[in-house]
Design a protein around this ligand. Sequence first.
Ligand code: ZN
Length: 189
Amino acid sequence: MPDTLPLARTNAEARLYLSLQPCDSCGDTHCTFRSAVITHDGILASRYTGDCPNCAAQRVYEFRLPAQVLPPPAGAVRFGEDSPSELLDPGTWLWYADTCLRQVPTTTTGLDDRTTKAARHTLATAIAALEEVLKFIPPTEDRVPLSAFTSATGLALHAREPGRFTRPRLEAVRDHYAATLTAFTPSAD
Ligand SMILES: [Zn+2]
């Protein structure tokens, strides 16, 4: 275990990170993790454990807990406070936003309430992921600095489409989907 555990700002962030980690033994990414709060060198931490369904290896991850634990907001998705993620780089967040958006139907016509609700959650997750990309932009700059990219996925996406990581573009995309979100509110009746 490293001396300093990486910070997981929320359970949602830890769960997303875990879903992207391959098993060390076989590379499978499907694993159901249980979480517990533990003490690590005198500080509170969260530990996620699971058994790989493919090779049965035990998988263990530990994260630092934030000073103040954020409750999940009602009807919205939040991966953390204003500081950028220590677990996932901006390219991975944008890739994840794309992945979510591909699952959202283009229209609510003909959807039942349950499907509409699921689509709404997926869309809200994509918006939260776009917010995470924006957090990597320093206040005086207008784009995510190249130094922020640390993953192969993130670097590849940046190399392909660097223009997607500017503040105006990210804010425009986020605002567009935030407006779309209102169409996915289930009817009250
Ligand atoms: Zn495995």
